[in-house]
Design a protein around this ligand. Structure first.
Ligand code: CTP
Length: 408
């Protein structure tokens, strides 16, 4: 699981997973682990075809309980005679991944001739379905009709991927990435308190070129911004990220604008801002850019090499520019990376950049700087609230910052 997906605030939620006969069935084990890392309880129901690919014991060994397989015999971890009606009494969400063409057809038509189809029919909570099959089976008109019907029935559908499949064919039919299924499930479990809101998040470093191969930058990984973007997405927002060069991937539902320099980031953010309800700027923007040496590569044999000095020009402050043209309906969160006078600097930036909330962190402290999964922030807002939060995972800081912005 990617680190900006590792939200842990789902303790006690119960995910019921349906797994069908597919070469991709082993990926359901990774999905179980991802849910457990988010502190969810997991139960599973395996079709008979699934058990030909992967044993129930694998799920039991990971701690899934109950693991249902049979309609008319006792199931592991269950003591009820009404197994076919579970997990309706217990689960918060049901996820069928991978779903075969056969199971999709049963669910579309409401058949109930095995444990998985009975349980799905009896379950009234949110249901997700992620198919995996041969591309010709996926493209078949009957499968496509069933897929549409599942949408009409309210299933949250996760499209299969394209590429090579196990049987040697190429096309659409591969199981969507485990991370994508995981994040859509967390979304189904999340409060949708940012639904209908358009949110802009800037993140990552910028790179300011000097010659053909060298640039001025900083070690920002973009993780804090990634967590802010994914948290807003889980809570129903329509999210756009403007990102400098980072390794981070985002759910397909998040729009991504990739930039390199501070000037490009400025232009992208200024273009998007008038349409946005909220902005959260986490990017570590270079305040200065070197005056370019030129389009060639600087050579150490060059006469310019002795006593080399580089001149800098000033970049625009993106956060301040957004704050200056902020409408009364818009909300803006900024960050402040400091090595001293944290509170004074945070107060100064909150006011001078016209922010609603600022989160300041001491980047010289362990567990609070660039590239680490945790952060300790001092949060203050335009209403005068001031709070020093304990050191928390960045995912948790992000979740709480959106909570804070939604406070009256
Ligand atoms: N920021 C920005 N554009 C810049 C510089 C900073 O949008 N050119 C944003 C950052 O994304 C962050 C906030 O402003 O949300 C504060 O950034 P920080 O680097 O802490 O402070 P600076 O404003 O650059 O001030 P200083 O260098 O004095 O600390």
């Amino acid at each position: 699981m990617q680190s900006h997906y590792s939200f842990s605030g789902f303790m006690g939620k119960r995910v019921h997973m349906g797994v069908t006969g597919s070469i991709a069935a082993y990926k359901a084990l990774d999905l179980v682990r991802s849910f457990q890392e988010s502190e969810c309880m997991v139960s599973t129901v395996l079709t008979e075809a699934c058990t030909k690919f992967i044993q129930p014991l694998s799920f039991e060994a990971l701690g899934a309980s109950p693991v249902y397989t049979k309609m008319f015999e006792a199931n592991s971890g269950s003591d009820t005679t009404f197994d076919h009606l579970e997990p309706g009494q217990l689960a918060d969400v049901m996820v069928i991944a991978p779903a075969s063409a056969n199971t999709m057809a049963k669910l579309a038509f409401g058949l109930a001739d095995d444990m998985l189809s009975c349980q799905a029919l009896a379950f009234s909570g949110p249901k997700l379905i992620a198919p995996a099959m041969n591309p010709r089976m996926w493209a078949a008109p009957a499968t496509q009709r069933n897929w549409d019907m599942l949408g009409e029935l309210g299933y949250i559908r996760i499209q299969p991927d394209s590429g090579h499949v196990a049987c040697g064919d190429t096309g659409t039919g591969r199981l969507a990435p485990v991370d994508a299924i995981f994040i859509e499930t967390l979304k189904a479990l999340s409060p949708q308190d940012l639904a209908g809101k358009k949110v802009l998040v800037s993140l990552g470093p910028t790179r300011e070129p000097w010659d053909a191969v060298r640039f001025w930058s900083n070690p920002s990984s973009g993780l804090m911004g990634g967590c802010m973007a994914v948290a807003a997405y889980l809570r129903g927002a329509d999210v756009t990220v403007v990102t400098g060069p980072t390794e981070l991937e985002f759910p397909v539902g998040i729009a991504r604008v990739s930039v390199t320099t501070a000037q490009q980031m400025y232009e992208a953010c200024m273009d998007l801002w008038p349409e946005m309800d909220m902005g959260c700027l986490t990017a570590a923007v270079a305040d200065y850019r070197p005056v370019p040496y030129g389009t060639d590569k600087f050579k150490k044999t060059s006469t310019a090499g002795a006593g080399l000095s580089i001149e800098f020009e000033t970049n625009k402050d993106i956060l301040k520019s957004l704050g200056t043209c902020k409408k009364s309906s818009q909300k803006l969160i900024g960050f402040a990376a400091e090595t001293r006078h944290l509170r004074e600097q945070a107060e100064r930036k909150l006011e001078s950049k016209n922010l609603d909330v600022i989160a300041a962190n001491d980047i010289s402290k362990d567990g609070s700087g660039f590239g680490v999964p945790t952060n300790q922030v001092f949060v203050l807002d335009a209403k005068g609230r001031k709070e020093l939060w304990s050191q928390l995972p960045k995912t948790e800081v992000a979740w709480r910052l959106w909570d804070h912005l939604l406070l009256d």
